[in-house]
Design a binder for this molecule. Structure first.
Ligand code: 0A1
Ligand code: ZN
Length: 884
């Protein structure tokens, strides 16, 4: 909980640590009431610090200090002092051993940071600043130490005792306890420390590295979950191979362990050789897990594994550099997932997340550059900006350098900085040094927040046979940054002619070397306004712009409907094909809004309908692409387009349009549905996932018709499916319909799956996201359901998070009850789990986007939260910044 006024920390204040800790020896005695932690820290003055005689200042919070000794001599109370999170020892030698004993209470730790208990097991979460809840330490990532960890605990209750690195000793004690000792040879910051103790079973496998070393792979779970580890294990092995092949990175220890825990604030954590996972990101089997769940497991397992190099071997100097490890690692995991499945689908999914959540963050009160300049609470900066926009920035470097030079750059980065804690600047320097590409202006992406807007127009000169793209860029002001310097934006383009893509030759540049593909080009947009003229263009082309979403910008080009239809049908770039479908959908929604406002029927454009009909009927197309193209832009995306956002009007117009599409295309939808049904045994491969996605898109449309035959389809699918993807899609369609069967469906689903917490979370979520009136009351009722537990973040996200974040029409009820509900929950969670409270709060922070009446109600809730006593620094930062 916060002191009087939480302080802001600035990147510009960074100083190297005054002391270093070469080795860290920890001894844990885990108990049922409290646990004892004894540390032996080999500390010496940092020669680089130039701070002669500086006091030793250690971080610690919520610790009971039992004793302190230097080189064996116990310190008296006058030799140290405490203030806030700091323990200050004024007078210390050049080099010494500090012995410190603390008592902690993991059983009472509901924040899920530091050492805590989850379902009877002890586990840790130390990133970013959780280690200071375990013992006093220099809890900052640029202090790297070699750890030895001794764990003593009751042998029956906690037969498995794990920490980082290699197991070097085990011992059975006479009092029913046992002990293990672990040693991690790689120096690491405290945020990568981990400990697990519990009754766990494991699935084992092994991996032979590119140099022929065998690595033991283990996934530890509760006994009942042993049958849900295969997918994570296969994903791990694929990730290990992929990192060798694509980045030349080999695993560096003989053991790699994963542990699944129920109560976890985030997805997973890359602790050296002992990754700790939220159960939702590791467990999967077809009967309980959807396709999206399978993909998430694959992606998160790979993400954490890839951190072993991008994060652990080379780590961050300070938390302002978080995107150094996260942006790079997200880029790596998304390329991996693309290679394992469908690259276009993965790209569209990533862009969708960016254009909804990240663009919204960039336009809101918490907007920050991927390398923030300041923060109050670092936990608030594990954001879509640092992660996903950070990954887009690395992707742009990849685009500007090309794959070969990028690989040279990453090799150089790892070689230069192995074992170091470095900065984003070091990453860019390595990329420049290896490629010779000048990234000076590109660095603005690291320091400037906000989503740049690219306005593009095209001029065709028939006489000169040239086509000119006029490009101008701008970027809106964000908190603390009123004006922006132009960005270096890689704009990937092609020009579509009647018979295909035209060869590209820029005016004033030497002739293109005849290459396999001279029909696609990356334009370097660096000025505020700039023109690019292509010569030898003998027909009026349709430009295909921002191919593959080559930069995280908002693109504006005044396409005609005919041009968009052409792009949607024929562009060779999958992203642009999909994006054209979305722009057409957006135009239809805008017309529907006007029609509804005028009290008229919504009638989709005939050419648009014809294009959708073609998509549905052409069985040769990629089903996943068709499904994505048939889906109208989401309400979250529309909230980024309209100013102000009239949530209810947008929702009703969009729904009316969906119904009109379903009505016009019902025969084709039904045909498509039937064509996609299959008896093949479940596999989470791209082909089957595509087929299920298209089938369930068709089902959702058909269910809008509200007729008996659609209900029968959904009911049969719900009752007969053997996989959770189809079963849940059917349940979702039923819950959002007027079908009387839905109550029974919900009940039987619960009956069947009550022993599977992750499935019950989906059950909560389907109800929380129901767009029909009354969802708030349903959610409030479910909060009293025996399966709900507000201490479990997954349940909070499934019920409260899904309702407030993904059920716009009900959350934004005109009476403000949705806002009040969220305010109440944030106030409760602020006390038990500040990280979850501040994340949950995000929908309220966007209040400036909405109509005046909504603004007022949302603001009032923020004020009410701000007036709470004992506000955590997490919640305080988000609320106070959003009211500024
Ligand atoms: N580094 C992890 C994410 C993570 C961050 C913070 C946590 O606790 C506050 C937990 C996990 C990752 O990128 O996967
Ligand atoms: Zn990460």
């Amino acid at each position: 909980m916060r002191d009087a006024q939480p302080s802001t920390i600035y990147l510009s204040d960074y100083q190297v640590p005054a002391y270093l800790i070469d080795t860290t020896e920890l001894a844990f005695e885990l108990g049922e009431d409290s646990s004892l932690v004894t540390s032996l820290l080999h500390i010496r003055r940092n020669p680089a610090a130039n701070q002669l005689g500086a006091a030793l200042v250690l971080h610690g919070t919520e610790l009971e200090l039992l004793s302190l000794a230097i080189d064996g001599r116990v310190l008296t109370a006058s030799e140290w002092s405490q203030s806030g999170e700091q323990l200050v020892i004024a007078d210390v030698p050049e080099a010494f051993v500090l012995r410190c004993e603390t008592r902690i209470r993991p059983q009472e730790n509901t924040s899920l940071e530091g050492l805590y208990k989850s379902s009877g097991m002890f586990c840790t979460q130390c990133e970013a600043e959780g280690f200071r809840k375990i013992t006093y330490y220099l809890d900052r990532p640029d202090v790297m130490s070699v750890f030895t960890v001794e764990i003593t605990a009751d042998a029956q209750r906690y037969p498995v005792l794990l920490s980082n690195g290699n197991l070097v000793a085990t011992e059975t004690l006479t009092d029913g306890r046992h002990k293990t000792v672990w040693q991690d040879p790689f120096p690491k910051p405290a945020y990568l420390f981990a400990l697990v103790a519990g009754k766990l079973s494991c699935v084992s496998d092994s991996f032979r590295t590119m140099n022929g070393r065998d690595v033991d792979l283990k996934i530890y779970v509760e006994d009942k979950d042993l049958d849900k580890c295969d997918h994570a294990m296969a994903s791990l092995k694929n990730a290990m191979r992929w990192d060798e092949e694509v980045y030349g990175r080999e695993y560096d220890l003989d053991i790699f362990n994963i542990v699944a825990v129920d109560d976890f604030n985030m997805g997973a954590m890359e602790n050296k050789s002992l990754n700790i996972f939220n159960t939702s990101c590791v467990l999967a089997k077809p009967e309980t897990t959807t396709d999206a769940g399978f993909q998430r497991v694959e992606g998160v397992v790979a993400h954490e594994y890839f951190h072993n190099w991008s994060g652990n071997r080379v780590t961050c100097r300070d938390w302002f550099q978080l995107s150094l490890k996260e942006g790079f690692t997200v880029f790596r995991d998304s390329e991996f997932s693309a290679d394992m499945g469908s690259p276009t689908v993965k790209r569209v999914e990533d862009v969708t997340l960016l254009r909804t959540a990240q663009f919204a963050e960039d336009a809101g009160p918490m907007a920050h550059p991927i390398r923030p300049d300041s923060f109050i609470e670092i936990s608030n900066f594990y954001t879509v900006t640092v992660y996903e926009k950070g990954a887009e920035v690395v992707r742009m470097i990849h685009t500007l350098l090309g794959p070969d030079a990028f690989r040279k750059g990453s090799d150089l980065y790892f070689e230069r900085h192995d074992g170091q804690a470095v900065t984003c600047e070091d990453f860019v320097l390595a990329m420049e040094a290896a490629s010779g590409v000048d990234l000076s202006q590109f660095r603005n992406w690291y320091s400037q927040a906000g989503t740049p807007k690219l306005s593009v127009s095209g001029d065709y000169d028939a006489e000169q046979q040239s086509y000119t793209l006029n490009v101008s860029q701008s970027c809106p002001a964000t908190p603390g940054q009123s004006s922006k310097a132009p960005f270096h934006i890689p704009l990937k383009v092609a020009l579509l002619g009647e018979a295909g893509q035209l060869p590209l030759q820029l005016l004033g540049e030497s002739a293109n070397v005849e290459s396999a593909d001279n029909t696609e080009m990356v334009l370097n947009v660096t000025e505020q306004t700039q023109s690019f003229t292509f010569t030898g263009i003998n027909e009026l082309p349709v430009p295909s712009l921002l191919r593959g979403f080559s930069a995280p910008v908002k693109l504006d080009f005044d396409y005609s409907r005919e041009q968009l239809l052409r792009l949607m049908r024929g562009d060779s770039d999958g992203f642009c094909r999909w994006d054209a479908s979305q722009q057409l959908g957006l135009a239809e929604i805008k017309r529907a809004l006007a029609d509804v406002a005028a009290g008229q029927n919504v009638a989709p454009d005939a050419a648009y309908l014809a294009a959708c009909r073609d998509l549905l009927s052409d069985g040769s197309l990629d089903g996943a692409m068709v499904a994505m193209m048939l889906q109208l832009p989401s309400e979250a995306y529309l909230a980024e387009i309209f100013h102000p956002v009239d949530v209810l009007a947008i929702h009703h117009a969009r729904e009316a349009l969906r119904l009109a599409i379903a009505t016009a295309l019902q025969l084709e939808l039904l045909d498509c549905y039937n064509r996609c049904c299959s008896d093949a045994p479940y596999a989470a491969d791209a082909e089957q996932i595509a087929q299920r996605s298209l089938k369930n898109t068709a089902l959702a449309y058909l269910m809008l018709l509200d007729n008996e035959s659609a209900r029968e389809l959904a009911t049969a699918q719900f009752e007969n499916s053997e996989n959770m993807t189809d079963r849940l899609a059917a349940l979702n369609a039923l819950v959002n319909s007027a079908a009387p069967y839905k109550a029974k469906a919900l009940q039987s689903f619960y009956q069947n799956w009550q022993h599977e917490p992750l499935v019950i979370n989906q059950w909560f979520q389907v109800q929380a996201m129901c767009r029909l009136p009354g969802s708030l009351e349903t959610v409030q009722g479910l909060m009293n359901h025996p399966a709900f537990d507000i201490r479990n973040p997954n349940k909070v996200r499934a019920l409260i998070g899904a309702f407030c974040g993904q059920n716009g029409v009900n959350f934004h009820r005109e009476d403000g009850a949705g806002y009040r509900f969220l305010g109440d929950q944030v106030i409760i969670l602020n006390r038990s789990n500040p990280q979850i409270a501040s994340r949950l709060l995000v929908p309220l922070t966007k209040w400036r986007k909405y109509l005046p009446a909504a603004q007022q109600l949302m603001c009032a809730e923020l004020q009410r939260i701000l007036a709470e006593p004992d506000l955590s620094s997490d919640v305080y930062e988000v609320v106070s910044k959003s009211l500024q």
